[in-house]
Design a protein around this ligand. Sequence first.
Ligand SMILES: C[S@@+](CC[C@H](N)C(=O)[O-])C[C@H]1O[C@@H](n2cnc3c(N)ncnc32)[C@H](O)[C@@H]1O
Length: 442
Amino acid sequence: MKLLNKSARAVALETLIRILCDGSYSNISLNNSLRSTNLSQADRNFATRLVYGTVQYKIFLDYQLQDLIKTKLKEEYLKPLLLMSGYQLIFMDKVPDRAVLNEANLLAKKFGKKNSTGYKIINGILRSLIRRGTVLPEKNNLVHYLSVKESTPKWLVEYLISHWGEKRAGSILASINETAKNTVRVSSLANPDEVFSKLTELDFAPQRSQLSDDVFVLSRGGIVNSTLFKKGELTVQDEAASLAVSAFDFIGDENVLDACSAPGGKTVQIAEKIPTGQVIALDIHENKLRLVRQNATRMNVIDRVKTMAMDARKADESFDQQQFDKILVDAPCSGLGLLRRKPEIRYNKHPADLKQLQQIQLNILDHVSKLLNESGELVYSTCTIATEEDEEVVEKFLEQHSKYRLQSFKAGNLEAPNGMLKILPDSYNSDGFFIAKFVMRG
Ligand SMILES: C[S@@+](CC[C@H](N)C(=O)[O-])C[C@H]1O[C@@H](n2cnc3c(N)ncnc32)[C@H](O)[C@@H]1O
């Protein structure tokens, strides 16, 4: 559908209808919508905030509205419009209530059927919400309370409490609703001090990351439009995610396998460390390997990268045993460490997924570990904090592969004396991340 000349709120509402009613992914839907508009950058930012904020706070917003909705909402657009307007009323201080009501009224008339009275329903509910203010469940039912307050499904709140206790679970949940940091990793081929100065000149007010000397935290977005980014002096990468590759001890001439490589954030990081080596980057989805090649080209390491579409669970059919000096398995996972950046993960994932993913993760490790030479290093990483996908995978892999053992490592400014590093989202306000390093017993 052509969206030209639509307002930011109309674009956001159309996108939200697709996400909430048709189950589309927020980033894909939003990019598609924005591509066919002529909105200014400020309006695009506003539409983006409306979409992500509404999805992020859906449980909270549903709770605010549930007692105020006295009639069946028959038309599809009504619920998304109520949620989006509720988000603005509650979370966007700079938008006056009157503007939210007026715009909701206009949108209801635009999106409603002919002679629809939807605008009256919307107006009544939003006015009641303004009068009443926000509400929360009683604190004595902590799971329900935190689920609503932090807009997170109950199973996930229970999961966090059972693994890390009530206090830490509360802290993790609060942290995942904070805005994600803008972080960049400086290429090993660039000079970090020069990049730091250029970032300062460009008004990005860089600060050094607590986790890694290669990573800077920026005060704002938009770095992808800079020459620094385009020339490959830096790339956008989370500070915790940047640590996985630094768990390896590189010499510089290694033959490396990156078993699950797309979009290539870690492939380029490996390639930067091996001037006379090569990294073979696999991914099960051939179309995603284009991104790996694009990234490697931009970061000036394409001559050290070879991409191959392959299911890593079959890698031992294509490569010789002991062919690789280093293997990275940055495994497909539930992404529960990325809740801050990808708001709908909390709604799309379910407890059963964790064990299913564990099987895939173990299978990948089983097949690629045959390809490591005897003095090689195998790093397993995930962007989840679920123990099923992290510590349990390590435990089961070691049970089934007695020649392997965990190896202590240093990653950035952190140390993992027992060979495993778990970063929870509230530890450093980074993504939640897990890294384990294996070597063969001598
Ligand atoms: C966590 S992402 C990897 C991120 C990447 N390492 C980076 O740093 O940019 C996991 C990747 O594994 C791929 N994948 C999933 N199952 C796979 C399999 N059986 N074999 C190879 N790749 C797989 C997915 O397509 C996805 O691109």
